[in-house]
Design a protein around this ligand. Structure first.
Ligand code: DAH
Length: 350
């Protein structure tokens, strides 16, 4: 009886192993393998069920059958783990395939970045003057009263200072430059008595109400040429060449007499309005002309401050506001757009 029972249990175990293995092989998901574990290997599973019958097995036989039972258990556990890993991999792959990008969708258009309008204008101007042998020279935004005014022939109390009111710092005499002109003196003091041909691009600051037409921050490009025998003709030729390169052949231009403390004689240079070709429009305020820059022959006092002997050396200088010019060229009606960080400003232009 006991032998028969033993045989029965061994058989049952073998039977269980075969059936369980087959069932595991046909499992198609990790979920099914979990159900499989419940059926065969859990505490309420069929293997435990069979082992309960061990109680009726003789003491001598028990170790042998126990060993078989353990082997079956280990075999099933190992098979389960292997199958589970296999199915997990397959499921991961399937999930990934499902999430794959649909390559038939239309792509999102790339919007390549563009340089700020002011940067482009500065580079264009620098390029034109470079073609005439001018180098770029940069000088500080924070200046002294001496450089911003005194060395430009505006001693303390000079009425012309009113045109260039600025932001002062808490340090006496330290201020934000109101124009790029102080850079002229920096350059002269660095290079004298060598000849100079430079342009100075940079930010300037003015204590002014901010409106559509005036900002308290804006760019200027200053120009300076110092050498022997430099005349007003050189100034005119250089500016004419610049205007031709910047605005094209055949523009009309005019040199109007003006006043700047640091030049003598002084002029302002206009070109016929690029919007209406001189006929008169809102941009040129129906004058037909656009103001381009201030210019003149460097004042002898300024040359002297810069370290040049004015009886031997002469020079010309000019200063323009490229932001204003860009506004006119592109029909931008508010200078504040230059600082609002709105990319539509750059997108609007080519
Ligand atoms: N610094 C002047 C301004 O801010 C512009 C200017 C005029 C510069 C004449 C010059 C010049 O170099 O010669 O309005």
């Amino acid at each position: 009886m006991s032998n028969l029972m033993n045989l029965d249990i061994t058989q049952q175990l073998e039977e269980l192993r075969r059936e369980a293995m087959a069932s595991l092989a046909s499992a198609t998901s990790t979920e099914e393998t979990r159900a499989w574990h419940g059926e065969y290997l859990s505490r309420k599973g069929r293997l435990t069920g069979i082992l309960r019958g061990l109680g009726g097995v003789s003491a001598e036989e028990r170790p042998r059958i126990g060993k078989i039972a353990n082997e079956v258990k280990t075999a099933l556990e190992e098979a389960l783990q292997a199958r589970q890993e296999e199915l997990e991999q397959a499921e991961l792959l399937a999930a990934r395939n499902k999430e794959l990008v649909d390559i038939t969708l239309p792509g999102r258009p790339q919007t390549p970045g563009k340089l700020h309008l002011s940067t482009r204008a500065l580079r264009e101007i620098e390029g034109i003057f470079a073609s005439m042998g001018f180098q770029v020279y940069e000088s500080p935004d924070v200046e002294t009263d001496e450089y911003n005014f005194q060395l430009l022939n505006m001693p303390e109390g000079h009425p012309a200072r009113d045109m260039w009111d600025t932001f002062y710092t808490t340090t006496p005499d330290l201020l934000l430059r109101t124009h790029t002109s102080p850079g002229q003196v920096h350059a002269m003091r660095q290079y004298a008595p060598e000849p100079i041909r430079i342009v100075l691009p940079g930010m300037c600051y003015r204590y002014e109400p901010v409106t559509a037409r005036s900002e308290s921050m804006f760019y200027q490009v200053e120009g300076l040429a110092v050498g022997k025998n430099i005349t007003f003709c050189d100034l005119k030729g250089t500016i004419t060449n610049y205007i031709t390169q910047m605005y094209g052949e055949g523009r009309r231009m005019r040199f109007r007499k003006s006043y700047f403390p640091f030049t003598e004689p002084s002029v302002e240079v206009d070109i016929d309005c690029v919007i209406c070709n001189g006929k008169g429009c809102t941009v040129c305020k129906y004058s037909g002309w656009l103001e381009l820059m201030g210019a003149g022959m460097v004042h002898p006092v300024v040359l002297q401050y810069g370290g040049y002997d004015p009886t031997e050396f002469s020079g010309f200088a000019f200063g323009m506001g490229p932001d204003r010019t860009s506004m006119q060229k592109y029909g931008i009606d508010d200078i504040r757009y230059f600082f609002t960080n709105d990319v539509r400003l750059t997108e609007r232009i080519n």
